[in-house]
Design a protein around this ligand. Structure first.
Ligand SMILES: Cc1ncc(C[n+]2csc(CCOP(=O)(O)OP(=O)(O)O)c2C)c(N)n1
Length: 618
C-alpha cells in the first residue's frame, strides 16, 4: 500500500510482521523524501517508526489513547492516521502542524510541545476512565530525555501509586535528548543496558506476572529478550518493568504491548531505539543537528544554506560573546536546560567544558541552580528559550527576584518562532516577568546593541536582568566583540519628529527608522531597549495629545504598551491618540513569520499606516 493511501490505522491489525517491516521501510523513505523538502523533527521520527506502527497495531486508537510526549515524534502517527497527503505543508503557514493537534485528528488525543507532560496527561485520562466508557487503554510514549524532567518523574511517582489504573508507559530510550543525555537517570539506564540480560528471565517471570497470564508470558519469555525483573528503579516505584527491548524488532514490541494490554498493573516498557535510524547522517549525529533539521540534500545529507555570510542567528552571537568572555574569565558558568545545540553552545562546550552546566530538561532546576550560583558570588549566565522560561516562573519570582540575585538570563527565541507554532511562541515572557518586583527586561535592536546590553548586564547591573533576543539572524562581525561599551540603562531616540511618536523594541526598530527616513515622515522613533523599567525621562517629553504608537512583538496584556498607558494615567496626563500594537489574547499558530506579522496587523507597513491615519485624523 502507498503510504499516501493510508486512511486509518485499522489496516495494521491484519499485517504480518514482514508486512509491518515493509511498511516501516516505506514510511522511512517517505519521511526522508518529504522532510528533505520541508525540514522538521527528523531523527526522533526516524527512530520511532516500528514503535509507532506496533503501538497502532496492538492498541485501538482513538479509543485507546496514545499520548506522545513533546509530540515532535508524532509524524509516523500522523501518517498512520491518514495525514500523509498533507506532509508537503508540514510546519508551514496553514499547513500540517509539526506537533499533535486535537483539531487535526481524533487520534491526536493530547497536545504538547513542551516536554514531560505525557505521564500526567495519561493519569488524567485514567482517572476520567471510570466515568468515560470512550476511554480504553492509556499509553504514554516518552523519551529518555523527557523522562528525566521533574514533571515526568512527579507523575511517574504519582500514578505508580494507583496499581488499578494500569497506565502503560513506553520509554523510548535512544540515549539522546536533543544531543547527548545528562544526569544520573541517564547513567542508570546505561548501566541497565549493559548489565541486564535474558538470563534471569525464566527464573523470575512467574513471580511477577499475574497467574492468568503466566502461560502466555512463558511462551513470550523466550522471545522477549531481556525481560527485566529484580529490583529496578521502575519496580521500586510500583511498575512492572519490561526491557530492554529492541525498539526496531516487531516481534519483541508486539509481544510486550500485548502483555501490557492485558496486565492489571502499571507497566513500563523500556525499548532501545536508534535516533535517526535508517539515514546514515542522522544515525551518526551526536550533536543533535538532525533533531530539528532544515531542508537537506538527500544524497549527501547537506543542509540547504539559509543565511548570508555576514549574518548569524542572535543565539550564535550570544554564544560567540560567551566564548570571548570565557577566554578571559575562568570563573563564570553558562547554564542551559538541554539546549546546547539550539543555543549554539557546542563550540563553547568543546572549548570550556568545565564552565558549561547542562541540567537536562529541567528549567526550574536550571533557574534555582543559577540563582544559587549567583548568591554564592559566582558569575553565571543562564540561557533559556522564552517558551520554556514559562516552566520556571516560580523560581524567577520566589528564588531569583525575591533574593535579588545578580543573575543574567538570556531569553532566546523571543517573539514569533515560526514553524514550531503555538506551543513554542516567545510571546508571553514580558507579561510574565514584568510584574515581578526588581526584574529588569531588555531587548536589543541588533547584534551591536545585544553586546552592549550584555556588557551592561555583566559589568554594571545589580539584581536579575532578562535580555531577550529573537530566533532571527542579525548582521555580525567578530570585531564587534572587541571594546564593547556597556549600554546606558535608558531608551534611545532614533528620529525626532513633531507629529507623533512610535515606541518599539527589537529588530523592527531599524526597519522603522529606515522607512521613516525614506518616506520623510515627521515622526519621533524611540528604541525602548529596556522594556522594564520605563525610561520616564523620555516619556515625560512625549506629548499626550499627539499620536502615540507602542509596538511590541509580544502579547499585549501586561506588556510595554499597557505599562506606558498606565504610566500616563497615573500622572493624570491621559494619552489622547494612543494605539498599542501587539498580539491580542491569542495562541498564535505556526507559519512564516512575515506572513503571520501581516496577518495579525503587525508588520512595519501596518505600524506606519496606523501612524499616518492617526496623524490625518488630528
Ligand atoms: C520543557 C521543554 N524543554 C525543552 C524542550 C526542547 N526539547 C524538545 S525535544 C527535546 C529532547 C527530548 O528528548 P527525548 O525525550 O529523549 O526524545 P527524543 O527526541 O530523543 O526521542 C528537548 C530538550 C521542550 N520541548 N520542552
Amino acid at each position: 500500500m502507498d503510504v499516501k493511501d493510508i486512511k486509518s490505522p485499522d489496516f495494521l491489525k491484519d499485517l504480518s510482521i514482514a508486512e509491518c517491516e515493509a511498511l516501516s521501510a516505506d514510511i522511512r523513505n517517505f519521511l526522508v523524501e518529504n522532510l528533505s523538502q520541508t525540514g522538521g523533527h527528523f531523527s526522533s521520527n526516524m527512530g520511532v517508526v516500528e514503535l509507532t506502527v506496533a503501538l497502532h497495531k496492538v492498541f485501538d486508537s482513538p479509543k485507546d489513547k496514545i499520548i506522545f510526549d513533546v509530540g515532535h515524534q508524532g509524524y509516523v502517527h500522523k501518517i498512520l492516521t491518514g495525514r500523509a497527503n498533507e506532509f508537503a505543508t508540514l510546519r508551514q503557514t496553514d499547513g500540517l502542524s509539526g506537533f499533535l493537534k486535537r483539531e487535526e485528528s481524533p487520534h491526536d488525543v493530547y497536545e504538547a510541545g513542551h516536554s514531560s507532560t505525557s505521564i500526567a496527561a495519561a493519569a488524567g485520562m485514567l482517572f476520567a476512565r471510570p466515568f468515560q466508557p470512550s476511554i480504553g487503554h492509556v499509553v504514554a510514549l516518552i523519551g529518555d530525555g523527557a523522562l528525566a524532567s521533574g514533571m515526568a518523574l512527579e507523575a511517574l511517582n504519582f500514578i505508580g501509586h494507583y496499581p488499578e489504573k494500569n497506565p502503560i508507559i513506553v520509554l523510548n530510550d535512544n540515549e539522546m535528548s536533543i544531543s547527548e543525555n545528562v544526569g544520573h537517570l541517564a547513567r542508570m539506564m546505561t548501566n541497565l543496558r549493559m548489565r541486564r540480560s535474558y538470563r534471569s528471565l525464566r527464573r523470575k517471570t512467574s513471580r511477577l506476572v499475574p497467574k492468568r497470564f503466566r502461560g502466555f508470558t512463558s511462551k513470550i519469555e523466550k522471545r522477549i529478550k531481556g525481560f527485566l525483573t529484580g529490583h529496578t528503579y521502575f519496580e521500586s516505584l510500583g511498575y512492572q518493568y519490561y526491557g530492554l527491548l529492541d525498539g526496531h524488532d516487531f516481534k519483541q514490541l508486539l509481544k510486550a504491548f500485548e502483555v501490557a494490554k492485558k496486565s492489571n498493573q502499571p507497566t513500563v516498557i523500556h525499548v532501545r531505539t536508534v535516533k535517526g535510524k535508517g539515514y546514515e547522517p542522522s544515525e551518526q549525529d551526536k550533536l543533535g543537528k538532525w533533531h530539528g533539521a532544515p531542508p537537506f540534500h538527500v544524497e549527501n545529507g547537506e543542509f540547504f544554506k539559509g543565511r548570508s555570510k555576514d549574518t548569524l542567528p542572535y543565539c550564535s552571537v550570544v554564544a560567540r560573546m560567551l566564548e570571548h568572555k570565557a577566554e578571559k574569565d575562568k570563573e563564570f558558568y553558562v547554564v542551559t536546560p538541554a539546549m546546547i545545540g539550539g543555543s549554539d553552545l557546542h563550540s563553547f562546550q568543546e572549548r570550556f567544558p568545565k564552565q558549561l552546566i547542562d541540567t537536562g530538561i529541567a528549567e526550574a532546576t536550571a533557574m534555582t541552580l543559577s540563582c544559587s550560583l549567583a548568591l554564592s558570588n559566582t558569575r553565571v549566565f543562564l540561557t533559556m528559550y522564552s517558551t520554556f522560561l514559562q516552566r520556571a516562573y516560580d523560581q524567577v519570582l520566589h528564588d531569583v527576584a525575591r533574593q535579588k540575585a545578580d543573575l543574567v538570563v538570556g531569553v532566546d527565541r523571543s517573539g514569533l518562532v515560526g514553524a514550531d507554532g503555538d506551543t513554542h511562541q516567545g510571546l508571553y515572557d514580558i507579561p510574565m516577568l514584568s510584574h515581578i518586583p526588581g526584574v529588569t527586561i531588555a531587548q536589543p535592536k541588533d547584534a551591536e546593541e545585544l553586546l552592549s546590553l550584555f556588557a551592561y548586564a555583566f559589568e554594571k547591573h545589580k539584581g536579575p536582568i532578562f535580555i531577550r533576543y529573537p530566533k532571527e539572524n542579525t548582521r555580525f562581525d567578530p570585531s564587534m566583540l572587541e571594546n564593547v561599551v556597556p549600554a546606558e540603562k535608558s531608551w534611545t531616540k532614533l528620529t525626532g519628529g513633531s507629529q507623533g511618536t512610535i515606541i518599539a523594541f527589537g529588530q523592527i526598530v531599524e526597519t522603522l527608522r529606515a522607512r521613516i527616513a525614506d518616506e520623510n515622515l515627521d515622526v519621533t522613533l524611540i528604541n525602548a531597549r529596556f522594556i522594564k523599567p520605563l525610561d520616564e525621562k523620555l516619556l515625560d517629553i512625549v506629548n499626550p495629545k499627539k499620536p502615540l504608537i507602542v509596538y511590541e512583538e509580544s502579547t499585549l496584556q501586561g506588556g510595554l504598551g499597557s505599562a506606558i498607558c498606565h504610566y500616563f494615567a497615573r500622572q493624570g496626563r491621559p494619552l489622547e491618540k494612543v494605539r498599542t500594537l501587539g498580539f491580542e489574547e491569542a495562541f498564535v499558530e505556526h507559519g512564516d513569520r512575515n506572513i503571520l506579522l501581516k496577518r495579525y496587523g503587525l508588520s512595519a507597513d501596518d505600524v506606519l499606516e496606523k501612524m499616518k491615519a492617526l496623524i490625518d485624523e488630528a
